[in-house]
Design a protein around this ligand. Structure first.
Ligand SMILES: Nc1ncnc2c1ncn2[C@@H]1O[C@H](COP(=O)(O)OP(=O)(O)OP(=O)(O)O)[C@@H](O)[C@H]1O
Ligand SMILES: [Mg+2]
Length: 234
């Protein structure tokens, strides 16, 4: 077990965002977290990354209790989040953004080189000298993933990478994630685009109002009438 979350609670000033969530991610897996607006998906990723404080519960990564750690140390263990809205540095070049990603190494060996990132996202090499803020939304998402790659992720946490992207860009970003996972990277993918997320991943959890209401093989969930009605509706 790489990531083991048990009975996790998170509240914001009385608003219960997570109400006893348990989930597990094995090394090499690609797992989806789907659910409607406000289900607690971002809160879950932010609790793992230690960007929001957790209440009760356990968050254990490779045997290390992340509850005892702080955000930048969690990143230096290789738990790397690509946040919602990407948060790339608009006033820095593409190359500089990628170099910033190396800060998460914290002495650990690199896993991907700059040329690995450029091989996966050729457009980033073409635009390496351009300011991050001038990239399209899809290119910024690629840059955010590339930046995380430079920090040698053990597990990559993605918060709605398809948000605001055209179907074509979504295809490209998801194909890249599929390739990274095929090469062994562990991925946790939060998505409102449940259809695409279930297509890409092997296992999934459904969050609803702070609770895991379903879990299973992505293919089974994608075929399940109640999931179709609630999350894959026309
Ligand atoms: N900083 C905050 N302060 C107060 N309440 C918050 C805060 N962040 C989230 N919440 C609340 O916590 C609950 C879970 O929010 P969260 O952002 O985790 O959901 P989500 O599944 O990521 O939703 P979305 O699909 O809209 O991104 C919601 O009720 C939300 O309003
Ligand atoms: Mg969210």
């Amino acid at each position: 077990m790489m990531l083991d979350i048990q009975n996790l609670y998170v509240s914001y000033q009385g608003i219960k965002a997570l109400r006893g969530v348990s989930l597990q991610v094995d090394r090499g897996e690609m797992v989806a977290i789907i659910g409607s607006n406000g289900a607690g998906k971002s809160t879950l990723l932010n609790a793992i990354s230690r960007l929001v404080p957790a209440g009760e519960g356990r968050i254990v990564f490779n045997g290390v209790d992340l509850r005892r750690s702080i955000a930048h140390k969690v990143a230096r263990l290789g738990v790397l989040q690509v946040p919602e809205g990407r948060q790339i540095l608009g006033e820095m070049t593409v190359l500089e953004n990628l170099q910033v990603g190396q800060l998460a190494l914290g002495g650990r060996p690199a896993k991907y080189s700059l040329s690995d990132v450029y091989a996966l996202f050729p457009v980033l090499e073409e635009r390496h000298a351009q300011l991050g803020g001038t990239l399209s939304g899809g290119q910024q998402q690629m840059l955010a993933i590339g930046r995380a790659m430079m920090g040698a992720p053990e597990v990559l946490l993605l918060d709605e990478p398809s948000l605001g992207l055209s179907p074509l860009m979504t295809d490209q970003v998801f194909a890249a994630l599929g390739r990274l996972n095929a090469d062994g990277l562990t991925v946790m993918l939060v998505e409102q685009n449940a259809h695409r997320a279930l297509e890409l991943t092997s296992r999934a959890y459904v969050l609803d109002r702070g609770l895991v209401v379903r879990e299973g093989k992505s293919r089974d969930l994608a075929d399940d009438p109640s999931i179709i009605a609630s999350y894959l509706g026309v």
